[in-house]
Design a binder for this molecule. Structure first.
Ligand code: NAP
Length: 254
């Protein structure tokens, strides 16, 4: 059985690790190619776009893919829409890994907004010290609010995407624990955190730290994703693939 995993997340890597070495399956992990030095994976990888839903459908057919797993990030809306359409076009069963969103807990002070530009506007007119964690691709949106001082953390170097007078660029890849996040926020005198509602444990430390320090959070809500069969984690995807592999071998034996 040939499997394509659309990745760029911890769940995709966890599934790749679980499938590596299985000789009943052939696995390809696909990355968008945004990260210059992605971490090593234990299965073959490819990198770069497919050319929209039609390009992905063509890839599924030409590579003889039997199962497609959409394990992309909750904010990667375009590739998930493409995956749903491509799977339908090519007649390939699709499963999405959709990690649960975070919910506010007692002590959390969240302002929920619908988009990253709305988060920039929600910072307000008064200059504030902001811990910005929306990723490099959308950090530039905050150039529209140059009165604030930003501590912007990204995996890839920020470069010149956020041209504001007071900027501290922090290059780091998670996971981040709550104690280290609290220390960072205390040292920088952070007054407000901007975060996507990514869900998962790897980047939750800043949310827990903000709660402890009574720092407000502007939380960007998730974009809509297509309504397809889904599981919350890599273990669920593994069970789905095992069931499919078992059904295929039973059919062969008949
Ligand atoms: P996006 O807006 O949904 O996708 C834009 C285009 O990038 C897609 O149309 C596709 O190009 C290509 N693409 C995206 N993911 C791909 C994959 N896994 N393999 C091959 N091509 C892919 O995606 P994004 O928000 O830019 O995210 C890019 C990648 O970073 C994804 O793999 C995602 O899981 C990861 N990521 C995103 C975020 C975030 O906040 N958005 C955070 C962490 C990780 P074509 O149309 O040409 O096929």
């Amino acid at each position: 059985m040939r499997i394509l995993i659309l990745g760029g997340t911890g769940e995709a890597s966890a599934l790749a690790r679980a499938l590596a070495g299985r000789n009943d399956l052939s696995v390809m992990l696909s990355l968008a190619g945004r990260t210059a030095a992605p971490k090593a994976e234990p299965v073959p990888t490819r990198s770069g776009g497919f050319g929209g839903a039609e390009g992905l459908a063509q890839y599924l057919q030409s590579e003889g893919i039997d199962r497609l797993i959409d394990a992309t990030h909750p904010f990667a809306a375009r590739i998930s829409a493409n995956a749903a359409r491509a799977a339908a076009l090519a007649g390939v069963p699709l499963l999405a890994i959709r990690r649960p969103a975070w919910s506010p807990e007692p002590g959390d002070v969240w302002t929920e907004v619908a988009s990253v530009p709305a988060a920039a506007a929600a910072l307000g007119a008064e200059p504030r010290r902001v811990f910005l964690t929306v990723g490099r691709q959308e950090a530039g949106v905050f150039a529209a609010a140059p009165q604030h001082a930003y501590w912007a953390r990204t995996v890839e170097p920020l470069g010149d995407v956020l041209p504001v007078p007071r900027l501290t660029a922090i290059e780091a890849r998670g996971p981040f624990d709550a104690d280290a996040e609290a220390a960072l926020m205390r040292d920088a005198g952070i007054e407000i955190v901007v975060s996507k509602n990514s869900g998962g444990a790897a980047t939750y430390g800043k949310i827990a730290a903000a709660r402890v320090l009574a720092i407000p959070v502007i939380m960007v809500r998730r974009p809509d994703k297509p309504d397809v069969p889904c599981v919350p984690d890599a273990a669920g995807a593994l069970r789905w693939l095992d069931a499919a592999a078992h059904a295929a071998s039973t059919l062969r034996d008949v």
